[in-house]
Design a protein around this ligand. Structure first.
Ligand code: ZN
Ligand code: ZN
Length: 489
């Protein structure tokens, strides 16, 4: 078009910018930004918004926000672009910050705004802020919007509050409409919390109510089955998905099935599924799912085979290295453990550091193993190592050296000296909240190790506190010495 001597107008520019956003092609995007300036469309709201959206989608969040701020008019739509841009591109805190800014300049958030900020709270598992938003949702009169309500269900579920999620879901009885997304969100909520039976009941109820499930619904349902050990049910639904509903399973569905088979100890079947039944090429996630099943069932031989496949795809995958070294450690093959470890050093593979967050009085506190920067650090560590550990030992706690030594976290320097981040977070919450306070909710960026899991059970018994830990795969709800996962995770 340009070679033909035509000048692009605001519609052309908007379209190509959306193209760049879709392709995440910032280089072409920047060139078009220059054209926008040259052709004098800098102040055009539509072009400006597309430009901001392009930058955000390409991960250049600050640049995107700057473009949006330079627009002559700031309205709800332009603010929504920035908020959604931040939340969807890995910066939920930034999304919430802009939301507060938006209210400060006197703009009223709408349903789309709330959908974005609620999903930011889901990411951060900040129940306090999420509840405040729920209040604002009601006040702003958008509570009947279905997208908002399914975001509320997700937020409560991801913050560990299944009962509140259920309450929002059941508001349908108050005359609110429901759609497939809300049903699917609630099924997913049951799955996260290890309530497979409830998820299945809801799925059946949904069909009776005339809603036809889509692939997202099935993904939630299969996830729920695999996380509750319901292998036969899972297989049944996987078949129904194809045969009754004519939905083609995607890679995620296969991953769920691999998890379902592998967890229940059918490792060979799971491997066959990946090797011969899947119509698409397996990715690292599928293999890693199978690898962690090998760890659970202590199958070192298969673990090695699978780890090799993963490292072919991504030689620097830290989780694969760590899992493999754990499998070796579990079968006392310490020579192999050392091999994996030195291999990691050679390749300079860096493990993701373990981090935990806990929200106390609407403030989020972050803990990282070995990081002493928290203002209360000394007190927390003293309390954990002293009083709490002593009481745990009275209840039969023996520190599990193998997992402490071979945890997924970076414990190489100070293995036995350091306390895993979720323990610090819980100890801190116990210290600063009243003994009769609400459940302690911790979020963790990796999988919990066995030792922390045992410790949390005992701490819940000793202190009488309910503790909810959301790790990277699921929820653990500890109370009175037991966990909702039934040690199945
Ligand atoms: Zn741990
Ligand atoms: Zn658990």
């Amino acid at each position: 078009m340009r070679k033909g001597g035509f000048f692009p107008d605001e519609f052309t520019l908007g379209s190509v910018l959306r193209g760049c956003a879709g392709l995440k092609d910032a280089i072409s995007g920047v060139q078009i930004h220059a054209d926008v300036a040259k052709l004098g469309f800098k102040s055009d709201i539509c072009v400006g918004s597309s430009l901001g959206h392009m930058y955000m989608n390409c991960g250049l969040l600050d640049e995107g926000e700057r473009v949006m701020k330079e627009l002559p008019i700031r309205n709800v739509v332009s603010c929504n672009t920035v908020i959604a841009g931040r939340v969807q591109n890995g910066d939920p805190e930034g999304g919430l910050r802009y939301f507060h800014l938006m209210k400060q300049i006197g703009l009223y958030p709408d349903g789309i705004t709330f959908t974005s900020v609620l999903s930011a709270c889901s990411e951060l598992a900040t129940l306090g802020s999420g509840q405040q938003l729920h209040g604002q949702v009601v006040k702003n009169g958008v509570v009947s919007e279905m997208a908002v309500r399914s975001s509320l269900v997700k937020m409560y579920s991801k913050s560990g509050c299944l009962t509140y999620a259920e309450r929002v879901f059941h508001e349908e009885e108050d005359g609110f409409e429901v759609d497939l997304v809300i049903w699917s969100s609630m099924i997913a909520a049951y799955g996260f919390h290890g309530c497979g039976k409830e998820a299945i009941e809801l799925f059946e109820k949904m069909s009776v109510n005339g809603f036809e499930p889509n692939d997202v619904t099935f993904l939630s349902l299969l996830y729920a089955c695999s996380h509750s050990g319901l292998r036969e049910k899972g297989e049944q639904y996987f078949n129904e998905m194809r045969e009754v509903y004519r939905l083609e399973p995607k890679l995620e569905h296969y991953t769920c099935m691999v998890d379902l088979l592998g967890r229940s100890g059918h490792l060979e079947e799971a491997e066959d599924l990946v090797n011969s039944d899947m119509p698409m090429d397996p990715d690292v996630v599928v293999w890693k799912t199978l690898l962690s099943c090998c760890k659970v069932h202590k199958n070192a031989e298969m673990a090695e085979r699978i780890a090799r496949r993963i490292l072919e795809l991504d030689p620097h995958d830290s989780a694969a290295h760590v899992l493999l070294s754990q499998v070796h450690a579990d079968s006392d093959r310490w020579g192999d453990v050392l091999d994996v470890r030195s291999g990691m050093k050679e390749k300079k593979v860096r493990k993701e550091p373990g981090m935990s967050w806990v929200e106390v009085k609407n403030k989020v506190h972050q803990f990282r193993m070995g990081d002493t920067s928290h203002p209360e650090y000394k007190r927390i560590e003293e309390y954990y190592r002293g009083e709490l550990t002593r009481k745990m030992k009275e209840h039969g706690y023996v520190c599990d050296i193998t997992t402490v030594f071979h945890d997924m976290e970076d414990e190489e320097k100070e293995s036995s000296l350091s306390v895993h981040s979720e323990k610090l977070a819980v100890a801190f919450a116990i210290l600063v909240t009243p003994p009769t306070g609400p459940a302690i909710r911790v979020m963790k960026n990796l999988r919990m190790c066995t030792d922390c899991h045992v410790a949390m059970k005992l701490i819940s018994k000793i202190t009488g506190r309910e503790i909810v830990v959301r790790d990277v795969t699921r929820f653990h709800n500890f109370s009175d010495g037991d966990c909702s996962c039934g040690d199945y995770w």
